[in-house]
Design a protein around this ligand. Sequence first.
Ligand SMILES: [Mg+2]
Length: 264
Amino acid sequence: MTFSTILFDLFDTLVRFDRNRLPEVQIDGKGVRSTAGHLFPVLAPHAPGVDLPRFFEALIWSWQEAERLRAADYREVGAPERFALLFSRLGLDPGRIPADVLDALLSTHKRHLSQAAELPPEHLALIIRLAPRYRLGIVSNFDYAPTAHWILERERAAGLFQAVVVSADVGWRKPKPAIFEAAFQRLGIGPADALFVGDRADIDVVGAKAVGMAVAWLNPGGEAVPPGLPEPEYELKSLVELERILAPGEPGPDPSASPAYLIQ
Ligand SMILES: [Mg+2]
């Protein structure tokens, strides 16, 4: 198969997220990794009587509730909507939280979350090598697009992608066809032109196959395809193996090209 375009999942495919790089906060005498310790002081002046443990409980609840809603029909519950769930949980009227407070919560969350994400140097080197030969894009399930864009900018990778499509902007999450179709539209391509690369069999493989795209499943643990899910065209142990798929049968280094002093 030949492709003009490679579309990547973002988290746990291109970018690694390390929870241990989130700030630590003490909740009931126990250290936990969370942005809560930085978010709480932003909201506290508007939430009289709410202490940090109660705020933390509501924050966790809002994440779980957002996940429950997303699982129902793959509609994205964006970060502003998730904060509205948090406000309601704390007995606050979301309509009465000033817009600048919501903005400050969003930017605080973005700052600390993005610090826990990194683009490994070997992944950056890979996309630099691929960029002259393929159109590259990203299709990501993420609830706040500015964080995804900021991570790519900080890692000096943003300019290598012709399209960065985030579920928070589209309104639908993978495996829903709409988010893949948004990427096709942005790039002016059809599904047969692109290879999708992602780490989740139930999201990336299922979604890409459903719209007619070939998929490379990033499966470092060598897991079996879960029952009932479609088989991907390719499996990768690591992202850098992608080049092997894209150039099958390409000759390796030519021994005759070795410097003379090595073959004497
Ligand atoms: Mg992923």
